[in-house]
Design a protein around this ligand. Structure first.
Ligand SMILES: O=P(O)(O)OC[C@@]1(O)O[C@H](CO)[C@@H](O)[C@@H]1O
Length: 317
């Protein structure tokens, strides 16, 4: 059954390595620039497609937009919805240690007509799908509770929903979780911190997972059945009806951390079409996320790349 992704604010990503440390307010020469059709949902679909599983990326993009050509080149099965403006271009600079500095455009406004066209396309695609993944930022003009409404729509035709969002879109999903919970929420550390107001980032870096654990349990208790929080090199946490789980990869030397959260979500969705076993879901999430950081830009791993990752899964509570 097809995994559908919805990327309201896609991007033609440009990513380039810096051979030396960034010099602020000075000239910095880039290495080879990669251009890739992206946006969080497109990246999820690319990883699902690379695993040989059916997927469909729903993307607002004009056929004459360079992003449309880049999408075809990337080979991601997609349904392009014309919107009458150019998609954004996000720039990401990869530092010698694999960390990234990113420059993210807001995107052009989505008009009410654009929104209607996207929703109609989504509605026509949903029947028979296993999952709908609502991914990434909302462009200007989109209603802040759009993901809540789309979750309701997917549930009404029996399709499970995963949400990977940030800021007000994530806040709206959480504040409606008692009535319209997504089946899976997959925040990263920054999103978890903002959504719960807890101080998580520094603690996780120092190896203290407790604030992150408290945060995922808080979101779970607010009504989200599965909360998958990606923690970078510290792996991921999963809070669900079967308890609290942590998976941690053996250390790797990252090339680019871009898109690791998207690949982790793809890994989790892929296995979730077959089983709800929390240990397996977390295992695939961390394997896919970690395999991604060994690749440049937001390139996605294959199942063989993910299988090559060593990691440990344990039940915490
Ligand atoms: O602005 P958003 O939608 O939150 O994030 C978009 C984005 O930064 O996320 C992906 C990596 O996860 C990139 O491919 C893309 O440019």
């Amino acid at each position: 059954m097809v995994i559908i992704t919805f990327t309201a604010n896609p991007s033609l990503d440009r990513s380039a390595p810096l051979a030396r440390d960034l010099r602020v307010a000075r000239l910095n020469r880039l290495g080879q620039v990669y251009r890739l059709a992206s946006g969080k949902g497109v990246n999820v679909s690319a990883a699902v497609h690379a695993a040989g599983h059916p997927t469909l990326a729903i993307v607002p993009v004009d056929t004459s937009d360079p992003l449309a050509e880049a999408l075809r080149r990337r080979g991601v099965p997609s349904r392009m919805v014309p919107v009458g403006h150019r998609a954004r271009t996000n720039l990401s600079i990869t530092h010698p240690d694999g960390s990234t500095t990113r420059f993210i455009e807001p995107g052009e406004p989505l008009t009410p007509e654009n929104q209607t066209a996207l929703v109609s396309t989504l509605l026509a695609s949903l029947p028979g799908a296993s999952w709908l993944a609502l991914c990434g930022s909302l462009p200007p003009g989109a209603p802040v509770d759009w993901y809540v409404k789309l979750t309701e729509m997917a549930h009404s035709v029996g399709v499970r929903v995963a949400v990977d969002a940030d800021g007000p879109a994530l806040d709206a999903v959480i504040s409606h979780a008692h009535a319209t919970p997504p089946d899976l929420l997959s925040p990263n550390v920054a999103e978890l911190q903002k959504a719960t107001g807890r101080s998580i980032r520094k603690a996780v870096k120092a190896g203290d997972l407790q604030p992150a654990i408290d945060a995922v349990q808080e979101l779970h208790n607010r009504g989200v059945p599965r909360v998958l929080a990606t923690l970078g090199p510290q792996g991921a946490l999963l809070s669900c009806e079967d308890g609290l789980w942590h998976a941690e990869p053996d250390p790797v030397q990252p090339v680019s951390v871009m898109g690791a959260g998207d690949a982790a979500l793809a890994g989790c969705l892929l296995i979730s079409t077959r089983t709800q076993d929390p240990a397996l879901c977390l295992d695939r999430a961390v394997a896919y996320g970690t395999a991604t950081v060994l690749k440049p830009g937001s390139e996605v791993p294959t199942p063989a790349d993910a299988d090559a990752i060593s990691l440990t899964v344990r039940k915490l509570a």
